[in-house]
Design a protein around this ligand. Structure first.
Ligand code: SF4
Ligand code: SF4
Length: 382
């Protein structure tokens, strides 16, 4: 196992962290974890040098934390740094913070959390936390030793990330979504660098974009780009090595579901290091990025020049959902995403064809026609 510095904490963490949100199941129910197999996988990873275990209140319908508590018995708790998260969506009054932390300590059978995150921060949760004086509370818990390091995980745009990063002087770490297709999304590369420059440890989540970047076979043109390299790496290994090559990254989390994935990731982590990528490897990733872009039917760059639509259509978000559904051949997932994320009054069928947006689009996209195509394929009757 390779170990990397965790910001300015002085702690060295394993390049690979175990994310406990996609553990093996006994049935379709995400709360029905296959405990024997999950225990075997997590303990094996720890035996092989993984020293960062990440869970959260809500993972596996609240069964992940209790399971991790049981897995870490028999001396395993002392071998790892344990990370969990305050569920931001359940914090309505100041007392909710204590209530959840105390319950988490009980579930995890421990007297302290090594790395405690404010979970999934966005603009609204951040403002709510400020209103509830979260830092007075967190500093008290730090001084009591119940939490050892404070950080946040993040899902919003870069401007919000910057605000949160600079909104508190004593963050120890943050956790961001990052992979070679999300270089500019959310915090992105800019956020990674800004956080590292401030001395924060940076934990990477979704390194394989929910498994999509690990698929075998990869889409044809993506596979052709990988095949140009002499490395016989799997698509997953390419994605992980690309992340580990960056010195600002402290560790990446993988939500492993099988022992085979654990073994593969352990092997990848052993090979990892800053400086592994030379020009030739960067060239391969650039070609892979272009190949994925070529699979997106609508050449929308999400620049938002077309907004606001006078009729409320969320043009770039609709194209993002449509493009991703096509790129990864996941129309059913796209339909669920469209229904969940875009309210009926903002959906593509609200377009009255006024043409305002098309005159603003620097990519000269035939927005009106593409909105019709996207809506036809994404709408659900249920
Ligand atoms: S053409 Fe449709 S999507 Fe474009 S601005 Fe007009 S109503 Fe909105
Ligand atoms: S202006 Fe064009 S490229 Fe920019 S977000 Fe709108 S549709 Fe996409």
């Amino acid at each position: 196992m390779k170990y990397r510095p965790f910001g300015k904490t002085g702690i060295k963490v394993s390049a690979l962290g175990f994310g406990c949100m996609r553990l093996p199941l006994n049935s379709e129910d995400s709360g029905d974890i296959n405990e024997a197999e999950a225990t075997r996988m997590i303990r094996h990873a720890i035996d092989m040098g993984v020293n960062y275990i990440d869970t959260a209140w809500g993972y596996h319908r609240e069964q992940s934390e209790p399971l991790v508590g049981r897995v870490l018995r028999d001396g395993y708790r002392e071998k790892v740094y344990l990370a969990t998260k305050l569920p931001s969506w359940l914090i309505h009054v100041a007392e909710d913070m204590d209530k959840h932390l105390n319950e988490q300590l009980w579930r995890l059978q421990t007297d302290h959390i090594d790395f405690y995150l404010l979970h999934s921060l966005n603009k609204d949760y951040w403002e709510n936390y400020l209103k509830l004086n979260v830092f007075d509370w967190a500093e008290k818990k730090l001084s009591e030793g119940k939490i050892r390091h404070l950080g946040f995980s993040f899902h919003d745009d870069y401007a919000v990330f910057e605000k949160i990063l600079n909104g508190y002087d004593h963050w120890d770490f943050c956790q961001i979504q990052y992979n070679y297709l999300d270089v500019e999304a959310q915090a992105g590369k800019r956020g990674l660098k800004a956080a590292a420059e401030k001395g924060l440890g940076v934990v990477i989540m979704e390194p394989l974009r929910g498994g999509n970047l690990a698929k075998i076979p990869a889409p044809r043109r993506v596979g052709e780009a990988f095949a140009k390299s002499p490395h016989a790496w799997t698509p997953a290994n390419w994605s992980l090595q690309w992340i580990w090559n960056q010195p600002e990254v402290s560790l990446l989390l993988s939500g492993m579901s099988t022992m085979e994935q654990v073994e593969q990731n352990l092997t990848s982590a052993d090979q990892s290091g800053v400086g592994l990528f030379m020009d030739a490897e960067h060239q391969v990733i650039e070609e892979v990025q272009q190949a994925y872009k070529g699979l997106a039917p609508v050449p929308c760059t999400h620049c938002e020049y077309c907004l606001p639509c006078p009729n409320g259509v969320f043009i770039p978000d609709i194209f993002k959902i449509y493009n991703e559904s096509k790129m990864f051949d996941q129309m059913e997932r796209g339909k669920r995403w469209y229904k969940a994320e875009i309210k009926p009054e903002n959906q593509a069928n609200q377009c009255v064809e006024c043409g305002n947006c098309e005159s603003m689009c620097p990519q000269h996209i035939q927005i009106i026609d593409w909105l019709k195509v996207a809506h036809n394929e994404l709408e659900t009757t249920s």
